[in-house]
Design a protein around this ligand. Structure first.
Ligand code: HEM
Length: 127
């Protein structure tokens, strides 16, 4: 028997809802909106695929787009510590909104925190 993954524990409906709520906030956030496309439909679709595999579900992102190479894919954008903090705040609020609580939330958020730090590619005083 396979161990349940965090993807199983969260559930696909809740994960998709988190992503929808998250991009709704991103699109309204003054530090984030300027670097994102105005139509976030495709961005949200890719993020659902990515987070599915990140949480141990089927490799939907890689099947369609190849290796994530996340840091490289973020290089066209100036990702500062301020933007990473804003990204994480939108995610925390999205988790609150859908009522994701408990260990599975803490583990998911901790991983996102580390991944977000890894995406930072611009220091504030370069801007
Ligand atoms: C794409 C910003 C962190 C996963 C993007 C895009 C931007 C962006 C501007 C392009 C959107 C588009 O053109 O559709 C940021 C900022 C972050 C951050 C400011 C702050 C640290 C993260 C983290 C993850 C992530 C932590 C994963 C856990 C993705 C994925 C894509 C993406 C999967 C789609 C890549 C593709 O085009 O195939 N991000 N991101 N990002 N981001 Fe982030």
């Amino acid at each position: 028997e396979k161990m349940p993954t965090p993807f199983d524990a969260i559930g696909v409906e809740t994960l998709h809802l988190i992503v929808e709520k998250f991009y709704h906030r991103v699109g309204q956030h003054p530090d984030l909106a300027p670097i994102f496309p105005s139509d976030l439909t495709e961005t949200a679709r890719k993020q659902k695929q990515f987070l599915t595999q990140y949480l141990g579900g089927p490799p939907l992102y890689t099947s369609e787009h190849g290796h994530p190479m996340l840091r490289a894919r973020h290089m066209p954008f100036e990702i500062t510590e301020t933007r990473a903090r804003a990204w994480l705040l939108c995610m925390k609020e999205a988790m609150d909104e859908v009522g994701l609580v408990g260990q599975v939330r803490e583990d998911f958020y901790s991983r996102l925190f580390l991944t977000a730090q890894h995406m930072i590619n611009t220091s504030e005083n370069e801007l």
